[in-house]
Design a protein around this ligand. Structure first.
Ligand SMILES: C[S@@+](CC[C@H](N)C(=O)[O-])C[C@H]1O[C@@H](n2cnc3c(N)ncnc32)[C@H](O)[C@@H]1O
Length: 298
């Protein structure tokens, strides 16, 4: 059954009053105590994320995001020809597993598919390798069934997934330049100090083929989670630091457009995705705002 996913449940304007009021509070009262993030502050990158992934090691905290194939149909259509996918800041494989699943269920997805997943945290990469093993076991069982029913003739095979530790703000991924067809950058850029956004995007631009795609989804301005930060956690601009040391920046559409263009991308889509959930237990509306962008290397 086709699954619908709605991402314009309300107007961005509805978030403005609360959002602007919130920003007034944090910028006014914390200006004197605010310590802006330095990009050479070693405690905010790998160490914070290693601790995070160690404390949430069941790979359940950031689950694979099932909406990825629906929200990025252009990426899905690449499965019909040989393609190489890269997931950056992969955590538990937010985009990787939905793509592998879509491929395993799609009879037309005949192309050779290679996936590379990178994360700054070795803990995340080790967890992901374990999940890939489990996936391959499941795949083996599925193929055995098909073989029994004589729906396939070929031998059993494993998915071609490589996982590396890599800090995208410091270096391009350890793969040949211009070798990737499609990159997923999902809720990762927001974890990097803003002064390193542009170098990170340029590192990704380098490894994309000409005409290659970048699928971007991250926190949008005035998202519900932004308004929950305390003034002491404000780090300037639209950036906050959680109690565990990890960062979160909330992206605004026009600023993001400029940043993507400066990094060399053509913008196919760059907008807010606005999703309303309802918490029945508490009887409250949860209004989520994400920055959704779809970019191309020209
Ligand atoms: C908010 S989590 C999101 C995980 C996953 N993409 C998801 O959506 O569920 C951010 C991820 O980015 C990784 N990360 C943070 N900074 C990074 C960097 N400079 N280079 C590569 N990965 C990074 C973290 O380890 C973490 O797994």
């Amino acid at each position: 059954m086709a699954v619908s996913y709605f991402d314009s449940d309300f107007d961005f304007e509805e978030l403005l009053a609360d959002g602007e009021e919130f920003m007034k509070t944090v910028t006014n009262s914390s200006a004197s105590s605010m310590v802006v993030i330095e990009h050479d502050d070693e405690s905010i990158g790998a160490p914070a994320w290693n601790d995070f992934h160690t404390n949430h090691s069941t790979a359940n905290f950031f689950r694979p995001k099932r909406y990825i194939p629906t929200e990025f149909p252009q990426a899905l259509s690449l499965l019909q020809s040989p393609s190489t996918f890269l997931e950056v800041g992969c955590g538990a494989g937010a985009a990787l597993f939905p793509i592998l699943k879509a491929r395993s269920e799609n009879e037309n997805a005949v192309g050779v598919c290679k996936c590379v997943a990178i994360d700054v945290s070795y803990v995340a990469v080790d967890l992901l390798k374990g999940e890939v093993e489990k996936w391959n076991e499941k795949l083996k069982e599925k193929l055995k069934e098909k073989l029994k029913e004589k729906r396939i003739e070929e031998g059993l095979k494993k998915e071609d997934v490589e996982c590396f530790v890599c800090d995208i703000s410091k270096a391009p991924p350890p793969i040949p330049p211009s070798s990737i067809t499609c990159i997923f950058l999902i809720f990762c850029l927001s974890s990097i100090p803003p002064s390193l956004f542009l170098p990170s995007l340029k590192n990704l631009h380098t490894c994309l083929k000409k005409g290659g795609l970048l699928c971007f989804r991250d926190y949008g301005l005035y998202d519900m989670t932004m308004l929950r930060f305390k003034k002491e956690q404000y780090k300037g601009g639209k950036t906050f630091r959680r109690g565990d040391g990890t960062l979160s920046t909330f992206f605004e559409v026009e600023e993001s457009r400029k940043m993507f263009e400066e990094a060399g991308f053509e913008i196919v889509e760059c907008r807010y995705a606005l999703v309303e959930n309802f918490n029945r237990k508490k009887g409250v509306r949860l209004r989520r705002c994400f920055l959704h962008a779809f970019l191309r290397k020209v």
